[in-house]
Design a protein around this ligand. Sequence first.
Ligand SMILES: [Zn+2]
Ligand SMILES: [Zn+2]
Length: 128
Amino acid sequence: MNHYECACPTPGCGHIVCLPPQLEERLRRTHETFFCPAGHKMWFHGKSDLEKSRDSWRRQAQDAWNRIRGLHQLLDSAREGSRHCPLECGYRVARVWTQEAIRERMAGHLVDVHGAAVIDAPHVADAA
Ligand SMILES: [Zn+2]
Ligand SMILES: [Zn+2]
């Protein structure tokens, strides 16, 4: 017999409860209450295998999300860094949000204020 046997956890009772495997599986899964022969209520509060795998999946999703968020923060701080003039004159590019626009403004600033020669500005082809 591979019935699951457990003793009623109610103090002073200790009646043995026998559960057929299918019922045991269902009770573990649903956390339904069941009763010992003396009528005491009990239930499985441990996590079923399904819940455990759902939990670990949830944890993995959370980890992935944290990684993505970390990357975004990295990107944001890189972008914030690129807003400041590398020659430390205190100039900061404001009001534009894309990396390209920031680079463009900064290039303009370097040329206008610091007289830098634009050597690696992107070449923009003339529209035909
Ligand atoms: Zn009992
Ligand atoms: Zn500057």
